[in-house]
Design a protein around this ligand. Structure first.
Ligand code: ATP
Length: 643
């Protein structure tokens, strides 16, 4: 399919081998992707585009494909470097006004009507009469200018930004202005998730390699090769999430040798491994029957991935690969104390936990979440933080992902040392019976933890699986045992205006889960009880700037009818009394039933600003929770509820 789409994606004439990629080609593929909701179609369009980029790049050119990939995910550098777009609306309105000769009031009025600044820019441009046809924009020119905008900071940078944007807009034709403005806003809105981009990159590389090898494509060979290629790219990228390193290597050494050249590297944060929830100790024992496993305290803090590069640079990254060095200057100072002499470079997986500086006892996550995320000064710090290490992923030049947990843990203990109030190993017990686990669980809760993490110890099942929610790590929280079930991380996609005293704020919210395969948000419940006036006011302030006039194309709405829609960005942790089937909501539709699954009596717990919308609970997890509940109810003789 991708091969046959290349002609659709191509632009006529102006793109010859060795030329810089025309930005018009990217804008064209964006328009085509935006026009479809089907993921396979999006993938094949993107594959076709990447394939053209590869075919037409001059020998040795690694930048064209790299920049094309970045613009497709609307980023300019790896996540953790923090070169971010997201230019404010007023600045963009000014630039659109200046480049099209319209007043700010007119541009603003258009925006009210259209609800999309990209469209406003495109329409303004297209209705403008110009004497000369501008020189066509190239992809590297756009990329470099976007980067310059993102990198200029400070107050005096505003004028510079407006002037670069004005210059870019002046050269835009057809739909280019729409996508340049949306890129600048930080919201491309074409429903193009990073997973699609990775798959398309893999497919295009596989096709290009086959073309190079024998010119004529062998369909059967290719069909077998495509899933392999995706697996390679996804696995390499999960270990080394940095396109600046992966794409040039891909072009230079090809798919099969990619892993040899792109391995976990200190300084480049990898996506952490995650755990599956369990409801009962019996379930843990069923899963790990006849296998060796360990139980560790599940600390209630913030995930911290600590890196030491051989040159002595230390960095701490969050669950989302955000650089947290500025949030934790105290941790940065503490880390060198816990390293033994034989440790030159490492990647450590750990939890940063608030502790009482006098007693050393653990404090809840809320104590840490009050900390600013940037510019924290050591002298202003109120709450002490201690690092609890539970895994070692890299040591002295060698990745350890494919060693057993037992070996990794041994190396961890040999190369690091506990330091009072600063660093410790996660407390663990390798007990095997229900009684032993129960006792350890109770102990963990008494010590201020959320419960236990139970992990496979030996062999391949105990390897570290970056970015996976794995059955080889199970979490056992005290809440589950009380029958409340696991909490869910859901995205706020809409809101309902309040009634009575609450008319100036939203009174209830529409939540959704993220389906990474379908690349869509699926509605799951309305949540409106249990908020104080103060909390509602806060939610209003943070959500109001995300209001959209129309729901975004990647929200599968079902029968929900909120008063306003939001850019899906904010993640809330929510607890529920139970789950039921629903004709209104769309979450997990088709997984256990034609109907979707909905939450009954959902309760807001906290904002998860350490998670992005794509990190939320997925439909498979929700279906699993529903099935477990149904099973428990049938065992307990209760009728399974429908609704
Ligand atoms: P939660 O809301 O429970 O933190 P999550 O989606 O962030 O869920 P899970 O996979 O459910 O992540 O739980 C693992 C999280 O628990 C890790 O991200 C980490 O922050 C924390 N944690 C605390 N102690 C441990 C431990 N000993 N081993 C692994 N993770 C731990």
């Amino acid at each position: 399919a991708a091969l046959s789409r290349t002609s659709e994606v191509d632009i006529k004439g102006g793109w010859k081998t060795g030329d810089p990629v025309p930005y018009a080609a990217l804008a064209k593929v964006f328009s085509l992707i935006e026009a479809t909701t089907k993921r396979l179609e999006k993938t094949s369009l993107l594959t076709a585009f990447f394939l053209l980029v590869i075919r037409r790049s001059a020998p040795g050119d690694t930048q064209s494909l790299l920049q094309a990939v970045y613009l497709c995910i609307n980023r300019l550098s790896p996540d953790y470097v923090g070169v971010e777009l997201g230019i404010g609306e007023s600045l963009l309105i000014k630039a659109i006004g200046e480049s099209t000769g319209r007043s700010l009031a007119v541009v603003k009025a258009d925006l009210k009507k259209e609800g999309d600044l990209g469209l406003v820019a495109m329409n303004s441009k297209n209705s403008q009469k110009t004497l000369f046809k501008p020189k066509p924009l190239t992809l590297p020119f756009v990329f470099n200018n976007l980067k310059e905008i993102a990198l200029s900071t400070g107050h005096s940078s505003q004028n510079k930004k407006v002037s670069i944007i004005t210059k870019l807009l002046a050269a835009c034709q057809e739909s280019e202005a729409k996508y340049i403005i949306r890129s600048l806003e930080g919201k491309l809105r074409i429903g193009n998730a990073e997973q699609t981009v990775l798959v398309a990159l893999a497919h295009a590389s596989a096709i290009a390699e086959q073309e190079r090898a024998n010119k004529k494509i062998n369909k059967e060979k290719l069909a077998a090769r495509l899933p392999q290629a995706s697996e390679i790219i996804k696995s390499v990228y999960s270990e080394l999430p940095n396109y600046d390193l992966v794409i040039p290597a891909l072009i230079e050494v090809g798919l099969d040798k990619l892993h040899e050249h792109c391995k976990l590297t200190p300084g480049v944060p990898l996506k952490p491994m995650l755990a599956k929830p369990t409801k009962a100790i019996g379930e843990v024992l069923d899963r790990f029957e006849n296998k060796r496993f360990t139980c560790e305290y599940k600390y209630d803090g913030e995930r911290a991935q600590v890196h030491l590069v051989e040159d002595g640079t230390v960095s701490v990254f969050s669950r989302n690969s955000e650089d947290m060095s500025k949030k934790y200057p105290d941790l940065m100072a503490q880390i060198p104390h816990c390293i033994k002499e034989n440790t030159k470079s490492f990647v450590l997986d750990a939890e940063a936990v608030a502790i009482d500086k006098d007693t050393g006892s653990l404090m809840p996550f809320q104590e840490l979440s009050r900390r600013k995320r940037k510019d924290v000064k050591v002298e202003d710090i109120q709450v002490r933080v201690c690092l609890f290490a539970f895994d070692l992923l890299y040591l002295n030049g060698e990745p350890l992902l494919r060693k057993s947990l037992a070996e990794r843990r041994q190396l961890l203990r040999e190369h690091f040392q506990p330091m009072h109030l600063e660093f410790d190993f996660a407390k663990s017990s390798d007990g095997e019976t229900t009684e032993e686990i129960q006792t350890f669980l109770e102990e963990s809760v008494k010590d201020g933890c959320e419960g236990l993490m139970v992990k496979m110890l030996d062999g391949e099942p105990s390897f570290y699986e970056p970015s996976r929610r794995s059955v080889n790590w199970l979490k056992l929280k005290k809440d589950y045992l009380a029958g409340v079930g696991d909490s869910l991380d859901l995205v706020v996609v809409g809101a309902y205006y309040g009634k009575g005293k609450r008319t100036n704020v939203y009174g209830a919210f529409l939540l959704a889960c993220w389906d990474a395969d379908a690349e869509e948000f699926q509605t799951i419940c309305k949540i409106g009880t249990g908020f104080s006036e103060e909390v509602l006011q806060k939610h209003y302030e943070s959500l109001q700037p995300l209001e959209m006039t129309k729901p975004r194309g990647d929200i599968k709405i079902g029968g929900a009818k909120p008063d306003v829609w939001f850019e899906p960005k904010v993640v809330w942790e929510v607890l529920t009394a139970d789950l039921s089937l629903s004709p209104i909501y769309t979450a997990a539709q088709g997984l256990v039933d034609e109907r979707g699954i909905s939450l009954r009596f959902p309760r807001f717990i906290r904002i998860r600003d350490d998670k992005s919308a794509e990190d939320g609970t997925g439909p498979e997890q929700i279906a699993e929770m529903y099935e477990k509940q149904a099973l428990a109810q049938s065992k307990g003789g209760k009728r399974s509820k429908g609704g």
